[in-house]
Design a protein around this ligand. Sequence first.
Ligand code: MF3
Ligand code: CO
Ligand code: CO
Length: 292
Amino acid sequence: MIHINRNDPCPCGSGLKYKKCCMNKMTSYSERQLSEQYFRKYRIKLKTPEDIVGIKEAGKLVVDTLKLCEASIKPGMTTDEINTLVHEYTISHGAVPAPLNYHGFPKSVCTSVNDVICHGIPCDRKLVEGDIVNVDVTSILHGYHADANMTFFVGECSDDAKKIVNVARESLKRALTVVKPGNRIGDIGYTIQEYAEGQGCSVVRDYIGHGIGRGFHEAPEVPHYGRKNTGIELVPGMVFTIEPMINLGEPYSRVLSDNWTAVTTDGSLSAQFEQTILVTDTGYEVLTPYDL
Ligand code: MF3
Ligand code: CO
Ligand code: CO
């Protein structure tokens, strides 16, 4: 074992002093062990401080994009117009819209109206007063992804619409409270399922949250249903989405002939909110922060 002093030349070969270079970047032996173990066992890539800065920058752009959509959505607007807004805003900020051409997805954002659970394709359909529309934005900035979505009301909406949107929002809010080291992935799904079903709604099983970083969809899988104290243990440096899709009726989904649009089988309303979350030493940090 060789000891390096603060003022020694940095062993990385930069020519800088160690203290001005890698000293503060060195991860401890135990952090490295955990990182290797999580990758070996679960294919989960724990994030470095540098990764987290990158995802957070992408996250800020995603939230700004969603706020732009929120301010623009009104009766008469088409979902294609939302797509144009998201596409141009993303590109003009030096980022790439991750959905475009992702496994063949034809547009830059997902727009899911009323009984569409997720993966709605923007088109010439005009939004009308009383619709609910989920806008799901994923941007790649400097190689890092961030993914978030919100469900918006179009003008004045029914009590059913208000109910499903509020239950979806509250499901995500409650899920965040159990994100901390030592808890498990199953605690997240349990918390959501317990609450949403308690409100007489149902949790979609066919689509789940996911790890995110340099990849759009990384390990682990994050179901929005489950049992307490089961699944992978949460550890600092994990970054994943929580994105509960909640239906007013049955939890079942079916994909339309466009091979993307997932709708409720019973035609009931569906709503969703999504955030990209970092597990910290003491709890969590939202990397796509907006008020729930
Ligand atoms: N943004 C979605 C998610 O939350 C994924 C959309 S994939 C696409 O994971 F191809 F439909 F864009
Ligand atoms: Co997602
Ligand atoms: Co998303």
